[in-house]
Design a protein around this ligand. Structure first.
Ligand code: AMP
Length: 396
């Protein structure tokens, strides 16, 4: 952990530029899910409590470097005021004279929100001049947008190098959870990788086999591995062109001492729809006219055993077509087992990635996981072992 937190900074009387992710869904000018706003609230409150003046920098949607009224951050002011319980001022640009005047006029106990950083094409180019314009507005930089940290943009990367920089509370929580799960985990460590395709998760699998003791592979991507092992998979989703890659991963895992756990039994159906008639069969017995939609109960028992013998679990991707009952069964049962072990204090469980959060929420297990990352792409890149530019800039 080479980065500072808010506790390391003297915030009293300082203007603190806080990069946040408030890319929330909006319908008819109203925020329909304020989760992202709630998650940055501790950072804003802590800065205010220490006598600092928070100035929020954020992107909103993809305006592509143009001013677009429907992507103005101004519409979020009421939701921010409700969450922070203080006045939120607004400046119609994130740099320039108007923003400077608003930053200057900001009083203790108030927050200033700057307009969408992506109204400037220079933002996504990590432009030094734009970053300097932002830096002129504050004394300290605080990055609380882990979910944007995999992008080297002016407000996430270049700016961090121009001011004393630290991580906000959400960034701090994300990084601490990820370090506990993969950088310095308590062993044995198990990873679950599921989801539709091997092709989108090749980097992830390659990194994990070097780092974890057990790797559970599930979902559509397991079908490609079964195919590589010579099993018939009927009309299941699979990438036949990647069977050699799958075999290579199996060989490398063995050499690295990583045990790969593939489904030993399958839930198959003839139709890709909820409640389609289905049957449980051994992994080598998928009929030609059937498709694999979930792992079977024997596979779940084995996964539960592996979890019970692990100290750390990191999870990305569902074990089956979880949006359709009953093909959510393996994902739900495994998630509930992880939740139970976490509650009992024997397992540290960290999960993330778009569909994973939805799947774990649907199973009712999410609340008991040690940490659920909502950071999507940044979480995946971190799991892939890549350096996140926004985090590296904090570590300078
Ligand atoms: P991903 O975005 O790669 O994590 O993949 C998640 C998607 O994979 C979900 O929409 C699941 O329904 C889908 N999926 C998981 N298992 C299967 C399967 N056996 N057959 C078809 N789709 C699946």
């Amino acid at each position: 952990m080479g980065w500072k937190t808010l506790d390391d900074m003297d915030l009293n009387g300082k203007r603190v530029l806080v990069r946040v992710d408030i890319n929330v869904p909006v319908a008819d000018g109203k925020v329909t899910d304020d989760t992202r706003i709630q998650r940055i609230t501790p950072t804003v409150r802590d800065i205010l409590a220490a006598g600092g003046r928070p100035i929020l920098l954020a992107h909103f949607g993809r305006p592509g470097g143009e001013r677009k009224a429907e992507l103005s951050l101004q519409q979020l002011v009421p939701a921010l005021e409700a969450a922070f319980d203080c006045p939120v001022m607004f400046a119609a640009d994130c740099v320039g004279a108007g923003a400077a005047a608003a930053a200057e006029a900001l009083k203790e106990g108030e927050v200033l929100l700057l307009e969408n950083t992506r109204f400037h094409a220079a933002e996504t180019k990590n432009d030094a001049d734009l970053a300097a314009g932002m830096a002129a507005l504050g004394d300290i930089y605080c990055n609380d947008a882990f979910s944007a940290a995999h992008r080297a943009h002016a407000s996430t990367e270049a700016l961090a190098r121009l001011l004393p920089a630290c991580a906000g509370r959400l960034m701090q929580a994300e990084l601490q959870a990820l370090e506990a799960a993969l950088a310095k985990p308590e062993r044995p460590v198990t990873a679950v990788v599921g989801g539709a395709k091997v092709s989108t998760k090749l980097d992830l699998l390659s990194n994990l086999i070097e780092k974890v003791d057990h790797l559970v592979i599930g979902g559509g991507m397991a079908n490609t591995f079964l195919l590589a092992q010579g099993h018939a998979i009927g009309s299941s989703l699979a990438e036949a062109s990647l069977t050699d890659t799958a075999s290579e991963i199996l060989t490398k895992a063995k050499a690295a001492g990583c045990e790969i756990i593939l489904p030993s039994d399958l839930v198959v159906a003839r139709k890709f729809e909820a409640n389609a008639p289905h049957e449980v069969l051994p992994a080598d017995a998928c009929p030609d006219d059937a498709m694999i939609l979930d792992a079977g109960p024997a596979s779940v028992t084995r996964i539960a055993e592996v979890f019970a013998n692990s100290k750390t679990l990191i999870w990305n991707g569902p074990l089956g077509a979880f949006e359709m009952e009953p093909f959510d069964a393996a994902t739900n049962a495994a998630a509930l087992k992880a939740a139970e072990l976490t509650r009992a204090g024997t397992l540290i469980s960290v999960a993330g990635g778009g569909d994973t959060v939805a799947a774990l929420n649907a199973s009712g297990a999410a609340a008991d996981f040690s940490y659920i990352s909502t950071a999507g792409g940044a979480f995946l890149e971190w799991m892939e072992g890549k350096t996140l530019p926004g985090v590296a800039a904090l570590e300078q």
